[in-house]
Design a protein around this ligand. Structure first.
Ligand SMILES: [Zn+2]
Length: 232
């Protein structure tokens, strides 16, 4: 899945407003970020096979560290612990926020199960593999992506506050980049190599997280005053 992961991040931002959308963008894509790194390290393997599924030409040969159920559980605990121990002055609702970061990271696996063909292991690469295979059906994939992404986006847009406003121009920039990149990955030419796939995967996830942090920046006291609002 691609857009759906970001839909989850948008929704969780409104569940816990103190979380930066940038942090949540990183959390929901943590398994894919690690996958790019592990591909480059040679710890996990995939190859490009034209027409392998209707949506993606990637055959995931083995990726139990980043994309097993056990991996998802471990990485979500790591993500929550990292958030919890990150130095900050704002420690209100801190463990709740950390739990949501962990949940966001965990959400990646079940959403991937929805679209992947059965290649997502429970534990090691020889364990049972899950995948409902929506990727064999382009229309069903696009509907599933649009539903999860659309629901998260609608929740995000509806729940802005003075302190955590919807910055329409900025968030639109982020959304357009996500949608254009997704459509290009589905309908564009085959990637030149797995190294190119891994590097673009890492760069894209980090860049989108940075952009999301910028798009979702909380309102400063000066900004609230300029708009005639209280600091609350
Ligand atoms: Zn994934």
């Amino acid at each position: 899945m691609f857009l759906g992961h970001y839909g989850v991040a948008l929704a969780f931002k409104r569940v816990e407003p103190k979380l930066s959308l940038g942090t949540l963008f990183l959390a929901v894509q943590l398994p894919d970020l690690l996958w790019g790194i592990f591909l480059l390290l040679g710890w996990e393997h995939a190859r490009i096979v034209s027409g392998y599924t209707a949506i993606t030409p990637l055959e995931f040969l083995n990726y139990p560290i980043s994309h097993s159920l056990m991996g998802a559980l471990i990485w979500s605990v790591v993500a929550a612990a990292l958030y919890y121990s990150w130095p900050t002055r704002d420690t209100s609702r801190h463990w709740q926020a950390a739990a949501i970061v962990g949940l966001a990271a965990f959400s990646h696996y079940p959403l991937d199960v929805l679209v992947h063909i059965p290649d997502l292991p429970l534990t090691g690469n020889d364990s049972t593999k899950l995948g409902l295979g929506l990727w064999n059906d382009p229309a069903a994939t696009l509907v599933a992506e649009a539903l999860v992404f659309g629901a998260g986006l609608a929740f995000y847009m509806a729940r802005g506050s003075n302190r955590h406003p919807v910055r329409r121009g900025r968030i639109l920039t982020v959304l357009l980049l996500l949608i254009v990149t997704y459509l290009a990955s589905v309908y564009g030419p085959l990637p030149p190599s797995m190294t190119a796939v891994a590097i673009s995967d890492i760069v894209f996830i980090l860049a989108m997280a940075a952009l999301a942090g910028w798009a979702d920046r909380r309102a400063s006291s000066a900004e609230l005053e300029a708009r005639g609002l209280s600091h609350k």
